[in-house]
Write a protein that binds this ligand. Structure first.
Ligand SMILES: [Zn+2]
Length: 90
């Protein structure tokens, strides 16, 4: 079975849960700042902003690295259980 979706391979996570994880791993980043970065990237994604290559934004990566897709940010062909904000996968 093959699903046609550009978000296949991602593991959904809520903004709240991701901010908590990020804060534990990056103690220098303020959680409220991380949340604001994610909300900005999510807003752009929902507004139809795309990566410069034409792919949909990877919201979690875009929050930190600037708007881009998973492949442009990581150099990997596609996500392998990497996190993506659940709200961006609807
Ligand atoms: Zn791209």
């Amino acid at each position: 079975m093959k699903m046609i979706t550009d978000k296949i391979g991602f593991t959904p996570i809520s903004i709240d849960a991701y901010v908590e994880r990020h804060a534990k791993a990056n103690r220098d980043d303020k959680p409220e700042e991380v949340r604001a970065w994610l909300q900005r990237a999510l807003r752009d994604h929902k507004a139809g902003v795309k990566c410069q290559c034409g792919n949909p934004l990877w919201v979690i990566g875009s929050a930190v690295s600037g708007n881009a897709c998973f492949t442009c940010i990581t150099g990997a062909a596609g996500p392998d259980s990497d996190f993506e904000i659940d709200d961006a996968m609807k």
